[in-house]
Ligand binder design. Structure first.
Ligand code: MN
Length: 153
């Protein structure tokens, strides 16, 4: 390919879940919400598209923010193993598992202690701001011993 516009349409896999021309960014602003060792790459985002496709990756032992919101997520695990809190259930996840996160469902991903966990996440381009649990909501979640063990892992 020599045409520049064609170059912009193809982002080859550079290495290890990094794509040419795609910037690897912090997950969120530091201090905005609790999270650990996670990066974000926006793979597809276009004003004419109502969704965005992102790739998130957390280091071994890393985790995403525990949150809920009106918008939904479609997630496909690409690498590694870990656990996902999905409402009041904790599930094991691994490569090519597909996770649908409905509206207003508490969710969090946690990588295993031994390897990174990376996943594709499809989301609305225009979306509401995530809510974090209150102390009372967190206490209620932790009444379930599997959820408590997950949140404290
Ligand atoms: Mn979310």
């Amino acid at each position: 390919m020599t045409d520049k516009s064609d170059d912009q349409k193809l982002h080859r896999l550079a290495k290890d879940y990094r794509w040419d021309g795609v910037t690897r960014m912090p997950y969120k602003e530091e201090g905005a919400a609790p999270f650990k060792a996670i990066s974000r790459q926006i793979l597809h985002s276009d004003p004419s598209l109502d969704g965005e496709l992102r790739y998130f990756e957390m280091d071994a032992g890393g985790y995403s923010t525990l949150e809920r919101h009106e918008h939904v997520h479609g997630v496909m695990i690409l690498r590694g193993h870990g656990k996902c809190l999905l409402g009041d259930k904790v599930v094991d996840v691994g490569p090519h598992d597909l996770v649908s996160i409905p509206a207003w469902t508490w969710h969090q991903f946690r990588a295993s202690k031994s390897e990174p966990l990376g996943f594709l996440c499809l989301v609305n381009a225009k979306r509401d701001k995530p809510q974090l649990p209150t102390e009372d909501e967190l206490r209620a979640m932790k009444a379930d011993k599997d959820v408590a063990a997950f949140l404290e892992s």
